[in-house]
Ligand binder design. Sequence first.
Ligand SMILES: *[C@@H]1O[C@H](CO)[C@@H](O)[C@H](O)[C@H]1NC(C)=O
Length: 400
Amino acid sequence: EWPPTEGEKSHADHNVYPSAGVLFVHVLEREYFKGEFPPYPKSGDASSDPITFNTNLMGYPDRPGWLRYIQRTQHSDGVLYGSPTAEHVGKPSVIEITAYNRRTFETARRNLVINIMATEEFPLPYQAEFYIKNMNVEEMLASEVLGDFLGAVKNVWQPERLNAINITSALDRGGRVPLPINNLKEGVYVMVGADVAFSSCLREVESPHNQLRCSQEMEPVISCDKKFRAQFHIDWCKISLVDINKVVPVYITRPDPGTGILPEFGEYSPPSESLMGRNYFSDFLITLAVPSAVALVLFFILGYTMCCRREGVEKRNMQTPDIELVHHSSIQKSTKELRNMSKNREISWPLSTLPVFNPVSGEVVPPIHPDNYETTSMPLMQTQTNLQNQITIPQQRPSG
Ligand SMILES: *[C@@H]1O[C@H](CO)[C@@H](O)[C@H](O)[C@H]1NC(C)=O
């Protein structure tokens, strides 16, 4: 809400009752609001205070879509205007009007309640839109000017009933801001409705002759133009005549958009504000539990194999033929001996040269462990002798 200031005063709401299908104009008069601002001590002439207005639908930052607002300068009145249609009939719209005194920075507030009335007779079926070149929109909104224009239209059309439906600045239709010379104006479109068919004068622009002149950017020859000419310069080439009973709704089939344009997905539905907690259980199962389960199974298989299925050296030896075992142990022995020899060259009789089997009986000679006797302290010859005594090596003796 506004900070309360001295100049702000509350007022009884002001009610208006426009009809749907008829132009609505409401002037925000500077004179009315000037009284709201207390006389400022050092002021010279309070009547020339610059005043601006802010208008918005109560509780919203802007006006309803159909309602437009214009104030040309801070020293002119503001005007609310627009064309309510049947769909706006219903609940009243409260428009907050805030006036600012730009010299004293005081504000005044007033509410305007717009109650749009539905009527059977509006909109009138024959609608003509004129483009008036020598007017600005706020000049046209003045009731006497609009009245003059409607009077001129009535003169050339002769309807029972006639009313203004809409007023649009040419700037809103792609017009340009005029140069500040020759008192040039922006131009304004005025749509009027009537209950009888268009007069022959209004249709004159449709003649081939005038169409040709329009296409060559020359002014068409219109017999009734002189009824307007004194006050209103009408561009007859831009007149549009619409009989709303004959308007057929046009269903435009959209052209194939081609590639590069996303297909239409219909209305956008934003995600709801209360979001559900996402369930991560299945993700958990897939990423953690399944690998863990596989690892556990492998762990048990391996554990069982390693602990309960061990066979050991004894079983292996039992299954291996003796000859292989002996062969293997002799290789081991020889390797070990050779290693020792390389360390200690005093060993002269390598065990590997000894036969493994008794050549006569064929029995296995138990391996003599080298550590069992002190090879180093034994004389070489004695060792040989001892060994020869132990094992009888078959020899070819010359004696026989
Ligand atoms: C009145 O004119 C304005 C601006 O051209 C347009 O947006 C609006 O639809 C018109 N209203 C009617 C009822 O034709």
